[in-house]
Design a protein around this ligand. Structure first.
Ligand code: LLP
Length: 434
């Protein structure tokens, strides 16, 4: 829930990465996203240590959709991690960050012909085909470019992880991939193997996000290996890689109980190895963690602008951000933990934290437990590193906050705060059509 460097001093001031929330707010303004370098590094190392223990060693592709900017891509490249991108925009970010293109997986249920061509020209490591139409398009594009496209087929294994319906992806009735049912997956393999400019490297199956149990990950691996074994027997096709996506849950509230990542991954790898027939090498395991790398590294600092008690006694506290910088409470009923900077956490009271956007539904935390809070205080919301900045908007023409990185008492901007000029940068003046 908290960044690994979180601490409070004797005046209850909150510090992240050795930097006080107050200093960060005064230096960069609010609302402000802050990312803790040490937490991201710790998470990366945790995954990497499990991947290094595998035979053959596994490989990680951070899911850029959770949080991506040029500096983040640069940081990942430095860690020798790969990147999962889902759009031309994410790909362009990687290109600008001089990312190693061979370490890119290109995902998405819709990729435009231009995006596919760009990805192939840049030499991405894998294109994940999501439909037969797309497989044909990738083949045609690769033929034009006189190359072989490295392809994974996205499969839906029919595994329902217990997570919010909007972020569940493993079930058969899904807009993603080829169902492992009624021979749909067999047909996809037949088509892929028949196409002269497709090099089928393996399979992908991401079953959902914010998953707490271990079993769905293991079942996914078993299901994929069962299919792979059948393909080996029937066609002598053996995949180089199996990609199980991301989805490892994180802690947003004290009640959340995330899985032990290392244990899950080693169990998955064990499944791959024990189900591999003699004479074959176990497929290399690929993973795509997003949330589990950045969520708990991130906090958002808001300034309190008003408090009020309404008839019935509810105590509202209104902050200078909201659904524009964190849509998750409104979209998924996501629950966050918050603290007031500079105040003891000994005696807490119920508050409803409201955002600044013109909607009654813009409630950041419906049932927050906070120290007595006043206008002018800084409110820190924890666990906002994933899918907050990434899903932010300019609703109500509010500029997006800045993103600052903190480490060992230093801070640096990764993304500048948007200005009013930025908001207008794509606008054209009014002109009469007549
Ligand atoms: N790989 C694929 C193919 C995915 O679709 C996703 C997430 C990931 C990896 C990364 O999953 P993670 O490790 O972050 O759980 N906006 C939602 C989450 C949507 C997840 C979409 N796919 C939220 O805020 O909860």
């Amino acid at each position: 829930m908290f960044p690994v460097t979180y601490r409070r001093d004797e005046h209850h001031q909150i510090f992240i990465g050795g930097t006080s929330v107050k200093d960060l707010a005064e230096t960069y303004g609010t609302p402000l996203y802050v990312l803790d370098y040490a937490t991201m590094l710790q998470r990366i190392r945790q995954f990497q240590s499990a991947l290094d223990k595998m035979h053959p060693p596994g490989e990680a592709f951070y899911a850029g959709k959770a949080f991506l900017c040029t500096a983040m891509a640069g940081f990942l490249n430095e860690q020798r991690w790969g990147l999962d991108v889902v759009s031309g925009g994410e790909l362009y970010t990687a290109v600008k960050a001089k990312f190693d293109m061979a370490k890119i997986v290109f995902h998405g249920n819709v990729k435009t012909p231009e995006e596919i061509e760009t990805a192939l020209r840049y030499g991405v490591g894998y294109v994940v085909a999501d439909s037969l139409d797309e497989l044909l398009l990738v083949n045609e594009t690769a033929r034009r470019l006189d190359m072989q496209a490295p392809v994974l087929l996205r499969l839906t294994p029919g595994i329902e992880a217990h997570t919010h319906a909007f972020i569940r992806t493993g079930q058969f009735d899904s807009k993603f991939g080829f169902a492992m049912k009624d021979g749909i997956h067999d047909e996809a393999v037949s088509v892929a193997l028949s196409l002269s400019h497709i090099k089928l490297k393996g399979f992908h199956a991401h079953i959902g996000s914010q998953i707490f149990e271990e079993d769905p990950f293991v079942h996914n691996a078993q299901k994929l290996m069962g299919f792979v074994l059948r393909l080996w027997e029937q066609r002598e096709f053996w995949p180089e890689v199996l990609d199980i996506g991301g989805g490892f849950g994180v802690q947003y509230t004290p009640g959340d109980d995330p899985p032990d990542v290392e244990r899950v991954l080693l169990k998955v790898n064990q499944t791959l190895r024990t189900m591999t027939p003699s004479g074959c090498q176990a497929p290399k395991l690929l993973i795509e963690p997003g949330r589990s790398i950045v969520a708990e590294a991130g906090i958002t600092i808001y300034r309190v602008h008003a408090t009020k008690v309404v008839p019935g006694g509810r105590h509202y506290v209104a902050v200078d951000g909201g659904m524009g910088d964190n849509i998750r409470p409104a979209l998924y009923q996501a629950v966050y933990t918050a603290q007031v900077d500079g105040k003891s956490v000994e005696r807490l009271f119920p508050y409803t934290v409201a955002g600044r956007y013109c909607e009654s539904g813009d409630i950041l935390i419906p049932n927050a437990s906070l120290a007595p809070i006043e206008t002018g205080d800084y409110l820190v919301v924890f666990g906002t590193g994933a899918y907050n900045y990434a899903m932010s908007s300019n609703y109500n023409r509010v500029p997006r906050p800045a993103v600052a990185l903190v480490s060992e008492g230093q801070s640096k901007l990764w993304v500048k705060r948007e200005t009013y000029q930025d908001l207008l940068s794509q606008d054209l003046p009014w002109q009469n059509l007549g």
